[in-house]
Design a protein around this ligand. Structure first.
Ligand code: SF4
Length: 470
């Protein structure tokens, strides 16, 4: 099956702050974990308010934007974007924000997630004469806006977004406003914030971006809601409506930054609780609990607390390897793991270890880490996974793997245990995950929980964190 790759990303928007460009910079800087392939900012020129200026390129926020930040005009409104892609589509023309000229004037768009009916929409638009520069879903939205018969941009946006299906969040910059829209199931996150100074409102993929610009969290954008930030403050434009709320459970398990709040609770606390549930479900006779840094440390702490075992840092991460090693090929990923993670012999030598990871996708990371720990003298390694077996590909923007590469899709737990060389292996149950997360209705599709939105025929991938998984 062809593996079409798109991006899962981080978005940020600000309206009404004289430091909008700086806000956008720090906003996406704090969302860097959501994408390291490209970065960009679009701003409304304060001196020429009909003009939007974009600076974007391939690389990290600091690499791409620090040298050109001074080229962006003083602005009261701006949007920003970081993008991750796993293969050849990481060309610069897919970098965002995307700048388009429409009959409503210039607009800039950026998005996170995946529109599952993108192929149908693209074909239909091409049949109407639309020409596409790249493969981004933002470009589809831009063409839908341009072809809307609505009288104003707000109306065109409502008409355009109601044609989209999937898991996505868009931010759109116009000379007069910043818009934000979230998919009808609320699969991908988007939050509203207000500057502590009282000057300006923000939109962001995660609350950590609000904290970075000294904004307070106001609320989550509702599933299917289109919000507008403008001179009147924050207003709700009717958009798609919603029937079933299904926020991505994987955001809480792994993807979101630990200090970001999801449904009112930091991902850190949710992860500790998941570790505790895992310990109750799958205890292990061991001397010490260690986690795979950084993302699995809270799960490991929760496991240790609940099982009354000591927690220690048995693995350390080289934080300076960087995005060079976020590679699409398996061999490159392995090299990246080897360079990024090292064992602390004094912690693991002669010990029976519980090794906690937040997820197991292909199993190659786990196999390498267990070999490493044994080579450093661990007498036993009991692998514990703080999420259920990852059996189904994500169609809503998270890059996992081809379905055929998902270890749990074709192998039993015992077969995976043998493959990774652990003394024992256990996963958190689906019920345990539901109990460990606050609230209900989570998207659990990749854990066999059923797709909240019918997927396309081809899995569409995205996402990436610096501490990318196996
Ligand atoms: S399928 Fe999994 S990764 Fe994708 S949105 Fe649902 S919970 Fe998140």
């Amino acid at each position: 099956m062809a593996y079409e790759l798109k991006e899962e990303c981080g978005v940020f928007g600000v309206y009404g702050d004289p430091e909008a460009v700086t806000d956008a910079y720090w906003g996406i800087f704090s969302l860097q974990h959501r994408g390291q392939e490209s970065a960009g900012i679009a701003a409304v020129d304060e001196q020429d308010p009909g003009r939007l200026v974009v600076r974007k390129g391939m690389g990290l926020v600091t690499e791409v934007l620090s040298p050109v930040l001074s080229q962006l005009p003083p602005a009261w409104s701006a949007i920003g974007h970081v993008r991750y892609s796993t293969s050849g589509e990481s060309e610069v023309f897919n970098a965002q924000p995307l700048l388009m000229r429409t009959r409503f004037g210039q607009i800039a768009l950026a998005h996170n997630g995946n529109v599952v009916n993108a192929q149908d929409l693209r074909r239909s638009l091409q049949a109407q004469g639309a020409v596409f520069q790249g493969t981004s879903d933002s470009e589809i939205l831009a063409h839908l806006i341009a072809r809307s018969a609505a009288e104003d941009l707000s109306g065109a946006l409502v008409q355009a977004v109601t044609q989209l299906a999937g898991g996505f969040a868009f931010v759109v910059l116009s000379p007069d406003a910043v818009y934000g829209v979230r998919d009808p199931n609320g699969i991908r996150p988007l939050v509203v914030g207000e500057a502590e100074s009282g000057q300006g409102h923000m939109l962001a993929s995660e609350t950590c971006a609000l904290d970075a610009v000294r904004a307070r969290f106001v609320r989550e954008v509702e599933p299917g809601e289109l919000v507008v930030l403008d001179s009147k403050g924050v207003s709700r434009l009717t958009a798609m409506g919603w029937s079933a709320v299904s926020p991505c459970a994987f955001e809480s398990v792994y993807f979101a930054r630990a200090d970001s709040k999801i449904r009112g609770e930091s991902a850190q606390m949710a992860r500790r609780r998941l570790g505790g549930v895992l310990a109750a479900e799958a205890p292990a006779g061991a001397d010490v609990v260690i986690g795979v840094p950084d993302s699995s440390l809270p799960h490991a702490m929760g496991y240790a607390e609940a099982s009354h075992l000591p927690f220690d840092f048995g693995l350390v991460k080289n934080r300076y390897v960087g995005r060079t090693f976020i590679m699409p090929k398996q061999s490159e990923r392995m090299r990246s793991v080897q360079l990024k993670l090292a064992a602390v012999p004094e912690v693991v030598r002669g010990k029976r270890l519980v090794l906690v990871d937040d997820s197991l996708v292909r199993g190659t990371n786990a196999r390498y880490l267990i070999q490493l720990l044994r080579a450093c003298g661990a007498t036993q390694v009991h692998m514990r996974i703080a999420s259920p077996p990852y059996t189904d590909p994500c169609y809503y923007g998270i890059d996992t793997s081809r379905a055929t590469e998902l270890a749990a899709r074709t192998k039993s737990v015992e077969e995976i245990r043998q493959m990774i060389g652990a003394d024992s292996l256990a996963y958190l149950s689906l019920d345990g995950l539901k109990r460990g997360l606050k609230g209900g209705g989570w998207c659990l599709a990749c854990f066999g929980g059923g797709y909240p939105v019918p997927p396309t025929l081809e899995p569409v991938a995205c996402v990436g964190r610096e501490d990318d998984h196996d």
